[in-house]
Design a protein around this ligand. Structure first.
Ligand SMILES: *[C@@H]1O[C@H](CO)[C@@H](O)[C@H](O)[C@H]1NC(C)=O
Ligand SMILES: *[C@@H]1O[C@H](CO)[C@@H](O)[C@H](O)[C@H]1NC(C)=O
Ligand SMILES: *[C@@H]1O[C@H](CO)[C@@H](O)[C@H](O)[C@H]1NC(C)=O
Ligand SMILES: *[C@@H]1O[C@H](CO)[C@@H](O)[C@H](O)[C@H]1NC(C)=O
Length: 376
């Protein structure tokens, strides 16, 4: 699939950029990516990242953004793993990425799509629901981390939402105060940074995967926006709450992840051919509009049951399953009907601890056995 290939590389560039930026750098290979202990990127940082010349320019002008990008990627990936920990596809990132050559460069990437697949697995260019989730959660992560930086006063180009200052409804006893999270800058930057490569491509509009990417990036950003909440604090004589100060804040990223997981489960398959706009594949439902916050995909997912190195799928062999669960982590579903092995694992822990006068704590050692089941 020719188009899928080049698309995958675009996607890879963006992800790699983010992944490189989040590398803990204890793997010597990645030191050259150069995020120093102060979170200030070394000069090398920007020029070596697989960015377009304009993005590089942005990166050089605003190197401090790299730490927000790193944080955004970390949030996104961590939340992906959290949401999918019980599923066959568990959002695992292949360890290969950490052990690949230090000269991991764009040309190296281009030279083999196999390595592309090993970053996020097959999901990179496959146009599946999983791809949709990755796009959305990374775009949302970037908005979240940038907005956090804005609110903490770490940025010159953004701060708290000043449009709310002095507003509110005194007659109802509340006014805006404190620092309201302002999504504007984060939304703008996330669009610019993550969407640009797709927009400036000849594939845009004609290629369903690019359209899907752009839509799902935006869906991720919309999730952050949709889940904004209002918090208030009471003032007045001993909790009388005569006056309230309120501010807008983003939901925790876990909440956003769980919202996106729900969108993933209800994601919409779209037709391969884009005619002016995105359409559902299911002809009978074409009248039902696709909303900005919906996730869309083009290709059905594989079952993720068996290892396929070429596609970067690790399979579920060896995964721990739950014999009593009826969910996706049940041994039946997770092991794809292949059955499971049971091992007895011995736990030793301190228990029945008592405070002894004076002054120490005496405990007993308790042993317990648990059965652990792993997929055949
Ligand atoms: C501000 O930025 C610096 C350097 O990027 C970082 O170390 C620090 O944690 C940030 N502070 C806050 C409150 O985000
Ligand atoms: C889009 O691509 C053209 C040619 O490849 C380039 O000159 C231009 O700077 C790019 N624009 C953006 C926004 O990256
Ligand atoms: C995810 O799946 C892979 C491959 O089956 C496994 O190696 C890894 O330990 C799993 N990760 C988690 C967090 O369960
Ligand atoms: C297995 O699933 C059951 C039912 O969902 C749950 O109560 C239990 O905590 C799970 N056990 C483990 C080890 O996750």
């Amino acid at each position: 699939m020719e188009k899928g290939t080049s698309f995958g590389l675009y996607h890879l560039c963006v992800l790699l950029t983010m992944l490189m930026a989040i590398c803990p750098c204890s793997h010597g290979n990645w030191m050259w990516l150069g995020v120093t202990s102060f979170g200030v990127p070394e000069k090398l940082g920007c020029s070596n990242l697989p960015l377009s010349s304009r993005q590089k320019e942005m990166c050089k002008k605003k190197p401090y953004l790299l730490s927000s990008i790193r944080e955004g990627a970390r949030l996104g990936i961590q939340e992906c793993k959290n949401q999918f920990k019980h599923e066959r596809w568990n959002c695992s990132i292949s360890p290969n990425i950490y052990s690949s050559s230090p000269s991991f460069s764009l040309s190296f990437i281009s030279s083999s799509l196999a390595s592309a697949n090993s970053v996020f697995g097959y999901e990179l260019s496959s146009g599946t629901k999983e791809t949709a989730f990755i796009s959305a959660v990374t775009a949302a992560g970037l908005v979240h981390s940038l907005t956090r930086s804005c609110s903490t006063g770490n940025m010159t180009e953004c701060s708290c939402d000043t449009s709310l200052q002095n507003g509110g409804s005194p007659s109802e006893g509340w006014h805006w105060g404190g620092c309201s999270d302002d999504l504007q800058y984060g939304m703008w930057f996330s669009r610019k940074f993550l969407d640009a490569p797709y927009k400036n491509s000849t594939l845009y509009e004609s290629d369903v995967l690019s359209v899907m990417q752009l839509h799902n990036n935006e869906a991720g950003r919309q999730a952050v926006s949709k889940l904004m909440t209002v918090d208030c604090r009471c003032h007045g004589v001993s909790g009388s709450c005569a006056v309230k100060t309120c501010w807008k804040s983003m939901s925790s990223f876990e909440k956003i992840g769980s919202y996106l997981k729900d969108k993933y489960e209800n994601s919409i398959q779209i037709a391969d051919k884009i005619k002016r706009k995105v359409r559902r594949k299911e002809k009978n439902y074409r009248k039902v509009p696709i909303r900005k916050e919906d996730l869309i995909y083009t290709n059905k997912s594989p079952n993720y049951c068996v290892e396929d190195r070429k596609m970067g799928i690790s399979g579920t062999h060896g995964r721990e399953c739950n014999r009593t669960s009826e969910g996706p982590d049940s041994c039946n579903l997770l092991c794809c009907g292949r059955g499971y092995n049971t091992h007895v694992v011995r736990h030793v822990e301190r228990c029945e601890c008592k405070f002894v006068w004076c002054c120490y704590v005496r405990c007993r050692r308790c042993e317990s056995m648990t059965d652990v089941h792993t997929c055949k």
